[in-house]
Design a protein around this ligand. Structure first.
Ligand SMILES: Cc1cc2nc3c(=O)[nH]c(=O)nc-3n(C[C@H](O)[C@H](O)[C@H](O)COP(=O)(O)OP(=O)(O)OC[C@H]3O[C@@H](n4cnc5c(N)ncnc54)[C@H](O)[C@@H]3O)c2cc1C
Length: 419
């Protein structure tokens, strides 16, 4: 499809809806402009990745060329040095063009964002700090050299929801670790160079405190990718199953010092919100497509529909939801910090829920408002509709878990219990 309508609309998004009220830094502006340079190509390739359920390798080659695999690698260590909010802004814009690229780019960046400033600000011994510096320099250098990381946590149990320790086990052996286990829905399976695995150290009575975050090379003996991948949406994520059978990794594979992951998870709740921008970008894209379509500006269907009051009403309803979502997005992504207040935590759940649900609602409304011709596979809307449904399913902050935690957290103060 000819996606040139995006040229005009991605720019109008800047001026009208995307970032008003939140000042952008020069770095943020330049990163968004860089994404716009490549974005239309990504939007056009998205059809193929969706049809084939194949990984957006060409887009990742572009991301490498752009230096974006080092987006969240600190400047001091050679990266772009994007902080949390900058990452989220960039991710919205990548998703605007290709949802699967943004969804998987989130997994790659978790490996740098979580291991940089967040760990620096935590209480570590000098020894831990030195070994972390050594380990992450190796992984950041890999990223800067174009290596792709992923983030397979899910196991099909309550572990990824934080209910009990991960079933993937790591056992100390000499100067390294042996890993055994299975991860489901491992986005970038077969395309990542390293899998950033959450696993449990093999110690007596292991608990969540024994969670370890370890980078496993995709080509290490004992790593295999199994199963099919033919899902409803986000098909380009290629999230197949990973098996680890007696996989040995050296000590330098540790992405966080022992015991730190669970502390980071409780002190930085916003770290689990980094897929929100992906679905914010998809929502904006569905809205912009609808405006262009109703104005008769989408190549292939040049019939204007904007004069009908029902269409005007429909687009107004979409816009209202979009603005509500952006307002929460900007507020909450600006509240990222260590140990946020209770109100900030609650707002983060509300933000994640709102964006994941509204994205699906906006995409569904877009199909209805634009009509039958717009949902043909020659247009991106039906893919956005399917992709949008995936956001609410992402552990650990699925829509259901967000509501669960909000309901409890709003009615109970810390340590309060009923008999
Ligand atoms: C396109 C796509 C890409 C993905 N990529 C990755 C990836 O790269 N890495 C990764 O780790 N995972 C990934 N996931 C997996 C995702 O995070 C979830 O783990 C997965 O969708 C859960 O599937 P399930 O059937 O096991 O759900 P279940 O665990 O059975 O959960 C079903 C629902 O029950 C609810 N639920 C589950 N546990 C609780 C609880 N303790 N309290 C309250 N409610 C609960 C939740 O709402 C959940 O949505 C991906 C998923 C999709 C769809």
């Amino acid at each position: 499809m000819d996606s040139s309508y995006l040229k005009q609309h991605s720019q109008s998004a800047d001026a009208n809806t995307m970032f008003d009220g939140a000042t952008l830094t020069d770095l943020q502006k330049s990163l968004l402009a860089k994404v716009d340079e490549y974005g239309i190509k990504w939007a056009e390739r998205a059809f193929k990745y969706d049809r084939e359920a194949s990984f957006p390798t060409e887009n990742y080659n572009d991301l490498k060329e752009m230096g974006f695999l080092g987006l969240c690698v600190p400047k001091r260590l050679g990266g772009i040095g994007a902080d949390y909010r900058t990452y989220t802004l960039v991710a919205t814009r990548i998703a605007y063009y290709c949802g699967s690229t943004a969804n998987t780019f989130n997994m790659h960046n978790a490996n740098s964002l979580w291991t940089a400033g967040m760990v620096d600000d935590m209480e570590l011994t000098d020894e831990q700090r030195a070994s972390h510096e050594n380990n992450r320099s190796i992984h950041y250098a890999n990223m800067l050299a174009g290596k792709i990381y992923s983030q397979p946590f899910s196991e099909g149990s309550g572990a990824a929801a934080g209910k009990h320790p991960f079933g993937t086990i790591t056992t100390r052996k000499g100067d390294g670790w042996i890993i055994n286990g299975k991860k489901i829905f491992a986005s970038l399976s077969g395309s990542a160079d390293y899998y950033g695995v959450l696993c449990t150290e093999d110690v007596p009575n292991a608990s969540l405190a024994d969670t370890m975050f370890i980078a496993v090379p995709a080509d290490a003996p004992g790593v295999s990718v199994v199963g099919d991948w033919d899902p409803l949406g986000m098909r380009g994520t290629v999230s197949r199953t990973l098996i680890f059978k007696d996989v040995f990794v050296p000590d330098t594979a540790q992405l966080m010092p022992r015991g730190m992951y669970i502390k980071a998870a409780s002190q930085y709740p916003h770290m689990f919100m980094t897929l929100t921008p992906c679905y914010m970008g998809v929502a904006q894209a569905a809205y912009d497509f609808s405006v262009a379509y109703l104005r008769g500006e989408v190549a292939g269907v040049n019939v204007k529909r904007r004069m009908y009051p029902t269409k005007q009403f429909g687009i107004a309803e979409m816009y209202i939801k979009l603005q509500q979502a952006w307002a929460l997005f900007h507020r909450v992504t600006s509240e990222f910090k260590r140990n946020p207040s209770r109100a900030e935590r609650m707002r983060a759940y509300a933000c994640q829920y709102t964006i994941m649900e509204y994205c699906a609602e906006i995409c569904a409304a877009a199909v209805r408002v634009c009509g039958g011709q717009a949902m043909l596979k020659t247009f991106p809307l039906e893919r956005m509709y399917r992709d949008s449904r995936c956001g609410a399913l992402m552990l650990p902050w699925t829509s259901e878990i967000c509501v669960d935690r909000l309901g409890y957290g709003l009615l109970y103060n810390e340590n309060e219990r009923d008999d």
